[in-house]
Structures are given as C-alpha cells and as structure tokens.
Design a protein around this ligand. Structure first.
Ligand SMILES: [Zn+2]
Length: 180
C-alpha cells in the first residue's frame, strides 16, 4: 500500500451515532469494523491513513442547508465509537493524519493535497459517509488533483437510497475503482 492513502470521511458522532444531529444511522454504524480493519491494514503495509472531518463554526452558513453538526470541539464532531479508540491508539504513528474540513470535499481549503504529495501518494481510497455527498465530492476532489481513486462498497454508507448509484457514478466520472 506504499503510495496509497485511505481517507476516512466524516465518521463523527453527529453523522454516525444514533443521537447524532445529522446521522446516517445504522448503515453508517455497520461499516465501522470494516473501516477500522482497513485502516489497520494500511498502517501495517506502509500506507497512509487520513481522517478527514467536517469542522464548522456555530454560525456557519452551511447550517442554512443542514441542521447544525460537527461544531468544532463538540461531542458531535468526535470520531464515533471504535474509530475514536483506534485513532487514540495510533495517533502517534507518523503515517496517520487528521484533516479538518469546512467543505464536503476534503481537498477544498485543506492541507490534504500537500500531505499526500509529501508521501508520494498517487492513489486515494475513500471510506466513510455519506456515499452520495462527502465521499463522492472528495473523490471528485481527488480526481481533480490528479490522484487515482478507489471507493470501498463495504466501507461507505448513506442515509439515502443512492449508495450504489453514486459508486457507479464515481466509476463513470472518475474511473474510480469500486472495491467490494
Ligand atoms: Zn457539514
């Protein structure tokens, strides 16, 4: 997995926990073991792991579209469950990163491209939520920045009926590899 990075998108309490303010609920909770296992495999095989996380101020204009979520420093913005535990255990690993983002697309206005270029990454794998929102737009961002892309069927989820549609749409638009 040298030259490859796993991006874990938006797996916060607000997006995953049953009490989260904008939760994808059970479909999002079910992908957690797969994500932890995949992240572990990346770290053990010279890959990079980047936790990308929505980070909003309380007065963010984004909240005219969505209920308030992932406010910086809140419980809702914390990584969900087992992922938080895994992150805490591994955060001293130099190949594990945390990148806060204000946009759906984890490349927009962040250091993500610089980090990936610094490690000669040429392929980006996306897991997390939601398949048809932040995952898709982060795949679009990766593609626009010159990275090859992959999305993991068992590592991504959404609250809509469009999971499969957006996997196929990524394949169509960005030649994204769908890992099943
Ligand atoms: Zn948001």
């Amino acid at each position: 997995m040298k030259n490859e990075a796993l991006l874990i998108v938006d797996m916060s309490n607000d997006f995953v926990h049953e009490k989260g303010s904008l939760t994808a609920g059970e479909p999002a909770q079910k992908i957690v073991p797969y994500i932890v296992e995949t992240a572990q495999t990346f770290l053990e095989n010279e890959g990079l792991v980047v936790v990308t996380m929505d980070a909003h101020q309380e007065n963010d204009a984004h909240f005219e579209l969505w209920p308030p979520h992932n406010v910086v420093g809140s419980w809702g913005q914390k990584l969900y469950g087992e992922l938080e535990t895994w992150y805490e255990q591994n955060k001293s690993n130099k190949r594990l990163f945390y990148v806060p983002k204000e946009n759906y697309n984890a490349f927009h206005g962040t250091d993500l491209k610089m980090i990936l270029n610094g490690w000669n990454v040429d392929k980006v794998h996306v897991v997390g939520v939601c398949t048809d929102i932040c995952d898709f737009l982060t795949l679009a961002g990766a593609d626009a920045n010159g990275f090859k892309t992959a999305v993991h069927d068992r590592g991504s989820a959404t609250f809509t009926k469009h999971h499969e549609l957006f996997l196929e749409q990524a394949k169509l638009c960005f030649h994204t590899e769908i890992i099943r």
